[in-house]
Design a protein around this ligand. Sequence first.
Ligand code: SF4
Length: 669
Amino acid sequence: MIAPIQDGHPADLRPLREIACGAFEKGGALAGAPMGDFEYEARPQQVEMAGAVADALESNRHLVVEAGTGVGKSLAYLVPLILHAKRANKRVMVSTHTISLQEQLVGKDLPLLKERLGVPFRAVLVKGRMNYLCLRRLARARSHQRELFGEGLAEDLERIRAWADATEDGSVQEMRRPPSSEAWGAVCAEHGNCLGTKCPLRKRCFLQRARAQMHDADLLVANHHLLFSDLAMRLEGAGFLPDVAAVVMDEAHTVEDTASDHLGIRLSPHAFEHWLRRLFTPDTGKGLLGYLRAGPAAQTATRLWDAVSDLFHEVPRAAGFSARDSQKTVPGPLAVQTEVPGLIHELSGRLGTLIEELEDQDEESRAELRHLRGTGIALDKMLEAFLGQELPDHVYWIEREGKRRQPVLHSAPIEVASVLGGALFGQIPSVILTSATLAVGGRMEYFRDRLGAGEACEMLCLGSPFDHARQMRLHVATNAPDPKDKEAFAEAVAKGVLRWALKTKGRAFALFTSDELLKRTAATLRAPLEKEGLTLLAQGGDMGRRSMLETFRRNAGFVLFGLDSFWMGVDVRGDALSNVILTRLPFAVPDHPVVAARLKRIKEKGGDPFKEYSLPEAVLKFRQGFGRLIRSQTDEGIVVVLDSRILTKWYGRVFLRSLPECPVEPFEL
Ligand code: SF4
């Protein structure tokens, strides 16, 4: 048999599993590769994962893999993924939640594989369209600055121009000091605002170059936000990313929430104002309509400014959303008297007339007008969908956001499974979801079904390569009062945190589920800790999360009190972190409209919301918190649980069963 030729070499006809796993074995492509201070060493879980990923890719199936920290899962999926792309001559994608993982893939793993794998491949980091500079819009913004924006953007526009001559890829992330969002909004590439082949700057265009690179690439590296905003745009017929034959979604525990954020409505006063400012600002006369001297359209825009301001007073009033509320579900359609839809319709007609009147004389203004008209129509569509609750199976709510606590109108699918079942799992032949924490009680059906991956989706739960039995101990309080007794529980938490923080001389995280309890415990313990030479870092103060972590990493004798964002995605290796105190089992308070709607939906279907949602979600979060301690083979320490329900309630067993084998030591507070 004559083997087909790939990249000038005869193709390897062995099963993908065999080739992929071979890379990890003795004498394989990765043997002897430098990994930090050590040489690469094969781990059985890593090889098992690479084999399972290869099988899923080759047979066009979906796969969920839980692979704990230390398995080396990025190489375990990258090797088969790249080999699959080259063999099948198809484009594939990796998507991450965090920038730090994306940086690890692009900065470490992919260069290593380029050097070692013996298969040439092209990998490209992809960014959304609006991250790229549009040279044509920049030139226009600078030459018509006075009419379009006034002097406010002058400094930023000059900086962007100077940078445009030097930048390689033309994406805003390359700017050392980012410009204001208004300045960038005036010069970035936009959907529907590109002259395409008619553009005189097309040859130098950053977006076109990025697109060409994306289309030529074997592997795209993206993030979940981009993937789901593209998916939402695809549902409207305007996607940006090219088709792929397979996608690996790492940090997949965030997929449900990220998808939910992108598949619904988000309408803020700022979105309307940003759009209107580009068209016409009544106070200054600036904007495209002023520049075009389009009097009637400018008058309609002026009326819209007032109508939008009224709208964001009227909607909260109609929904009974008071100034003190932070968020509130809107249970049914709202009858709100508003001129906004009518005026957008009127403005859209006037913009359409202007586009026709300009004919070919001013192609650039026509492109801007087309884009702004499209934005107006999209805003109107979202507003009508929100007021009339037109999107099926969505929950609708109002939430205050930002420093100005402006009301923002939201909707999200109650269950993302039905949308993702069609738009993600139904479209991409092989979707592989992986994370260190996906299983509840050793099973992953919960995760698979919440995302709609389907029953045919394969599941693999790999153990951890760490020896938890040797590396750590779990201390559990036997007599803490029920958290429902707030006073008594708060006292017990303060007592427990102090005792265990002193025991390890700081080097401890205390993870909280409520801001109120964190603040109260911090106020109680700051002085006693200081008296013992320990310093408290509490989230919610002046210091940001990143600085808190850096300070904690660099200095011994610190105790860090953290909320949600410290339960996951935090990596402190070595002695710096020797003690993780979980103050309470992390059951979500069902006060967020999306959580409340999910619970209600389960009940309506005759299910048990506690068993089917609250408990598995809490177990996953608990495992995330627990997982902060042991991050490498040499880490050692303790995890302390101050919530005695883990021993006294039936569901406590589900939490304990979800943890790796380790010595458990009960203690009295
Ligand atoms: S081709 Fe499109 S995005 Fe590129 S510079 Fe021209 S108008 Fe801008």
